[in-house]
Design a protein around this ligand. Structure first.
Ligand SMILES: NC(=O)NCCC[C@H](N)C(=O)O
Length: 375
């Protein structure tokens, strides 16, 4: 789900620059593949075997000769090699095995992989989202990404830093309706906004709202915000992010006349039902749910429609707030970055020629595991 092919060595340098920027600003950076390896090693042989069985099943291999061949191949590796291999994919020419069944011979002979790679995995925001004392571990929309959330489920269940710490799973990956973390924006300790989008179904929002309200999560309001359903704006965080107690970036292209956009506020009703209130004035709704007298909606591209479209395409709205008023952004969105500075924000720019080709920005490339209490 890329629109172009990143130049790998430069993409890696840019990713290191992103991680360094976070570390230089007192953020502890955890890498997904390391956490998975540590979780599997801590879990022991049975956990590792079950993980591999599940990953192979979700890759289309429940039984049969190829299932056994792949399992033996991956089991011959160290845990680290196995995890990296699963993420990078298994090419057919790596194995000394030619399947003889008709599907493989007649229909899949030109397909290069036994196990597909997962290039979208550097957008760690999407397979899971931390919300209060727990997470949603997501049933993702497209098959190309659906296996990714198994890594997060494994970490939460077995990593010594996360397992047995009383973390809740508000909604798990075994659900059938789609939701992705880029749509899940924690606005305060009682309010979460969730996009109704290409990637997140309204029914999944209802589910997670019910779960949050029923399980003493502390969350009292879920704002469902409907955004256009297209690839450029696949998640709410590609067009709208919170960057301070009372400041937000917003792509002007999603707002109708007078800042209108369909928004529904969900609260707990009687007998486990939901009360739902519709509004179209985003600013008014945000002020109401966050108890603010005023707030600053900062337009991507400074309000110029042409610049806004260009910079949104390169994730100009996808800022990562690492503290109130401190954001990490792509350096290529220089107009939006200047506008943010004029609105008083501290802007930490990171390199972005290659990473941006995957269609996600600093918020998409990260997933906070711990939020300090800022109230
Ligand atoms: N939160 C985000 O907007 N993530 C960006 C995901 C980009 C990835 N290529 C995808 O299409 O899923």
């Amino acid at each position: 789900m890329f629109d172009d092919i990143p130049y790998l060595p430069i993409a890696q340098q840019e990713h290191d620059n992103f991680a360094d920027t976070l570390r230089q600003n007192q953020v502890e950076v955890l890498y997904l593949e390391k956490l998975v390896v540590e979780a599997l090693d801590a879990g022991g042989e049975t956990v590792k075997a079950d993980f591999l069985t599940q990953m192979l099943a979700e890759s289309g291999y429940v039984a049969g000769v190829l299932h056994t061949v792949l399992k033996d191949y991956l089991n011959s590796m160290t845990t680290e090699e196995m995890v990296v291999k699963l993420m990078a994919g298994v090419r057919k020419n790596e194995l000394d095995y030619v399947p003889l069944d008709l599907v493989s011979a007649a229909e899949e002979q030109d397909y290069p992989f036994f196990l597909d790679p997962m290039p979208n995995l550097y957008f760690t925001r999407d397979p899971a989202a931390s919300i209060g004392d727990g997470l949603s571990i997501n049933h993702m929309t497209f098959p190309a990404r659906q296996r990714e959330s198994l890594f997060m489920a494994t970490i939460i269940a077995h990593h010594p830093r996360f397992a047995n710490q009383g973390l809740h799973v508000w909604r798990d990956r075994d659900q059938t309706t789609r939701i992705e973390g880029g749509d899940e924006l924690v606005l305060s300790d009682t309010v979460i906004a969730i996009g109704v989008s290409e990637r997140t179904a309204a029914s999944a929002i209802e589910d997670i709202a019910r779960s949050l309200f029923a399980n003493q999560s502390g969350f009292e309001k879920v704002l469902a915000i409907r955004i256009p359903h297209n690839h450029a704006m696949m998640h709410l965080d590609t067009v709208f992010t919170m960057i301070n107690h009372d400041q937000f970036t917003v792509h002007p292209g999603i707002l109708g006349e007078g800042g209108q956009i369909d928004t529904w506020t969900l609260t707990a009703g009687k007998n486990g039902e939901l009360d739902i209130k519709h509004d179209r004035d985003l600013k008014r709704v945000l002020k109401e749910v966050l108890n603010l007298d005023d707030l600053d909606l900062i337009p991507t591209g400074g309000g110029d429609p042409l610049i806004a479209d260009r910079e949104q395409w390169n994730d100009g709205s996808n800022t990562l707030a690492i503290a109130p008023g401190v954001v990490v952004t792509y350096n290529r969105n220089y107009v939006s970055n200047q506008v943010l500075r004029e609105h008083g924000l501290k802007v930490l720019e990171v390199l972005s020629s290659e990473l941006s080709r995957g269609r996600g920005g600093p918020r998409c490339m990260s997933m906070p595991l711990v939020r300090e209490d800022l109230s």
